[in-house]
Design a protein around this ligand. Structure first.
Ligand code: ATP
Ligand code: MG
Length: 270
């Protein structure tokens, strides 16, 4: 039985975390896997990308993390069969302040998700663009980390900061965390810079950079404004197909690791 908790993270904003989380969740669900997408960001972009909102009484991540409800009650089906959502709303921004005296604040998400892990093959966590409480909680709750890297100037500087925080989370809070790879996003074949970032990432992280590169594709940017995941908005656009290909590459990488008797943790490079 496959069971993983995948956190999509990068402290940099606008690099494609939410787009990656929604597409990964959609395509895993399409393959008959039971998937939960956790919107771990007060911006609630993953929630709105699936045409949902947390305004109703059914519960959201803020309520779960403050003990007002439990994760199982707050998870709801989406328009994609096999894909459930644990929605967010802007209240989540207050959590860091509200839990400032709570020594275990970073562990709450992991504890709550443990309560619904048996229902899902994959839990996909969409992290916010920060290295604060919410983002650290996402990494503590995960066993796999996917880092979208935008093909633009200074991409590698951000990667060094992420590797540093992964190392700290592994040492202090979650030794089970491993890096499940860098996904190059928003690639524009017309610019030399995009091509240079791909080359540099492949040179520095040959084992950990996915072959599949996600192109800058207007249909991927349009889908959320229609409240539709790309797989329903335009299943055959270049961006959607790239995410489909990447999901297959991701699964091959993860499930190959799971097949070895005692898989070594993926190296976290210096
Ligand atoms: P934040 O850090 O604010 O949470 P993010 O890292 O989650 O941002 P997204 O919301 O996925 O990034 O993407 C940022 C913007 O770029 C969105 O408007 C999204 O629709 C668009 N976008 C993401 N990926 C692509 C792509 N491959 N092609 C075109 N547009 C994209
Ligand atoms: Mg986002």
């Amino acid at each position: 039985m496959i069971r993983h908790r995948v956190c999509i993270t990068n402290q940099k904003g606008g690099v494609g975390k939410t787009t990656t989380a929604v597409n990964l969740g959609s395509f895993l669900a399409r393959q008959n896997l039971a998937v939960l997408l956790v919107d771990n960001d007060p911006q609630s972009n993953a929630t709105s990308s699936l045409g949902a909102s947390a305004k109703d009484d059914a519960g959201d991540l803020y309520q779960v993390l403050t003990g007002r409800t439990d994760a199982v009650s707050a998870c709801r089906p989406t328009m994609i069969p096999n894909l459930d959502l644990l929605p967010s709303n802007p209240n989540l921004a207050a959590l860091e302040f509200e839990l400032r005296h709570d020594a275990d604040a970073e562990l709450r998400l992991a504890r709550e998700l443990a309560g619904c892990q048996t229902r899902y093959n994959y839990i996909v966590i969409d992290n916010p663009p920060s290295l604060g409480l919410l983002a650290i909680s996402g990494m503590v709750a995960a066993d796999l980390l996917v880092v979208p890297v935008q093909c633009e100037y200074l991409a590698l500087e951000g990667v060094a900061a992420i590797l540093d925080s992964v190392r700290r989370v592994r040492q202090s809070l979650n030794p089970d965390l491993s890096l499940a790879g860098f996904l190059l996003t928003l690639f524009d074949a017309r610019t030399r810079l995009s091509r240079e970032v791909v080359e540099e990432m492949r040179r520095h992280f040959p084992e950990d950079t996915y072959e599949t590169v996600i192109p800058r594709a207007v249909r991927l940017a349009e889908a959320p404004s229609h409240g539709l995941p790309a797989v329903l908005y335009d299943p055959v656009s270049s961006g959607t197909l790239a995410y489909q290909l990447w999901t297959a590459e991701f699964r091959a990488r993860i499930e190959r690791g799971a097949n070895t008797a005692n898989p070594p943790p993926a190296p976290v490079h210096p």
